[in-house]
Design a protein around this ligand. Structure first.
Ligand code: ZN
Length: 180
């Protein structure tokens, strides 16, 4: 990684930490939200060997438009078009009802760029791990089952993107019996 890549990566971490600073995850400990985008980037850098700085920055920033006041124009100004496009690809339209957003993720998955597919795979892997290890405190097993089914439907549309990540994803899906 060049010095300018490192600079961009640190800038993305600082930007996301600031944007998500008042948010918590839904687990019992109400972990800081920023732990999630950092975990997603770690899946790609530590487990998948991804070195593309745009993809790693997109992991860090992937929930900023969807879950904070961040706009696409702001990301474009701060991080340029490559990262902004990746984040936009991974952003659900929050003005739509939840069921429709979930259906659209399945419908749109096949059109994702190669970089966005990596972010999507790492995001789902990270979420499955969290549901298995530190589930949202108000989730019955049926809600976990439903999330696992939906995540499988999304990932099934982008198979052939990264064998190692897909194997990790499948081994997590196989653990659904733990809460059934
Ligand atoms: Zn996410």
């Amino acid at each position: 990684m060049s010095h300018s890549d490192l600079h961009l990566m640190v800038k993305a971490i600082r930007f996301a930490a600031e944007k998500h600073r008042h948010q918590r995850r839904r687990d019992i400990e109400a972990s800081p939200y920023i732990n999630h985008p950092i975990a997603v980037a770690a899946v790609l850098s530590a487990e998948a060997g991804v070195e593309d700085v745009s993809v790693l920055c997109a992991c860090i920033l992937h929930d900023t438009i969807e879950d904070t006041d961040t706009t696409e124009a702001e990301l474009l100004r701060e991080f340029g078009p490559a990262i902004t496009t990746l984040v936009a690809e991974c952003t659900d339209d929050r003005t739509l009802p939840r069921a429709e957003r979930k259906a659209l993720q399945i419908a749109h998955a096949a059109q994702l760029s190669p970089g966005a597919r990596l972010v999507k795979l790492a995001d789902k892997i990270s979420n499955l791990r969290d549901i298995l290890a530190t589930p949202p405190k108000d989730w019955p097993s049926a809600a976990k089952e439903e999330y696992f089914d939906w995540a499988s439907a999304v990932i099934d549309r982008i198979r052939g993107s990264h064998a190692g990540l897909e194997a990790s994803f499948d081994s997590l899906i196989a653990r659904r019996s733990e809460f059934a």
